[in-house]
Design a protein around this ligand. Structure first.
Ligand code: CUA
Length: 191
């Protein structure tokens, strides 16, 4: 039976090789951690990536009762500088409106809120790709250079109708947009 005493020795003299391996491993792991932190800092500063803590919350169950995502506000409004803000509600199993209209060559801000579960959206041929989580507003900024029609599918599984949840983005010439008088009215492809 081993005797318990206060002078128990750690493995030492005979274990030089093990110690060197251990130090190498510590150095390697430290290097990986430093690299990962550097990547996070670089992407946040250089590409303007923001951590998910920068969130805007919203009451998803009462979007229809008023406020920013009330029915009359859904669609595109044009600011005096020609930039556009598009407001969209995602719900099982449709985007409202289901056809977004945006001006080509102008900054476009897309704001989405979910009325029920987690949805997602991508716009074909662009880097627009985000999740829409109930309780939060998803904001994406982009510029569509060329007029044309693009598909915007939901890409988060949201229930049995997920595969049928699609919208379109119609990019039109900036000059085809509503005149000054009615530019505060939200428009979509049907307007
Ligand atoms: Cu909404 Cu999938």
């Amino acid at each position: 039976m081993a005797e318990i005493s206060g002078t128990a020795k750690l493995p030492s003299s005979g274990d030089k090789h093990g110690e060197a391996t251990e130090r190498l491993w510590v150095a390697f792991v430290t290097g990986v951690i430093v690299l990962l932190v550097a990547v996070v800092v670089y992407t946040s500063v250089h590409w303007g990536f923001h951590p998910p803590s920068q969130v805007e919350t919203i009451e998803s169950t009462s979007l229809h009762k008023g406020g920013e995502f009330a029915e009359a506000n859904l669609g595109t409004v044009i600011a005096p500088d020609g930039s556009a803000v598009v407001r969209v509600v995602a719900q099982q199993y449709a985007f409202i409106p289901n056809c977004l209209v945006v001006p080509a060559g102008k900054p476009v801000t897309i704001r989405l809120a979910s009325a029920d579960v987690v949805h997602g959206f991508i716009v074909e041929g662009t880097n627009v790709n985000a999740m829409v989580v109930p309780g939060y507003v998803t904001t994406v900024r982009t510029t569509f250079q060329e007029p044309g029609e693009r598909l915007m599918p939901c890409h988060e599984f949201c229930g049995v109708g997920h595969q049928a949840m699609w919208a379109h983005v119609r990019v039109v010439d900036a000059s085809s947009f509503p005149t000054d008088a009615d530019k505060q009215k939200a428009v979509n492809c049907a307007s």
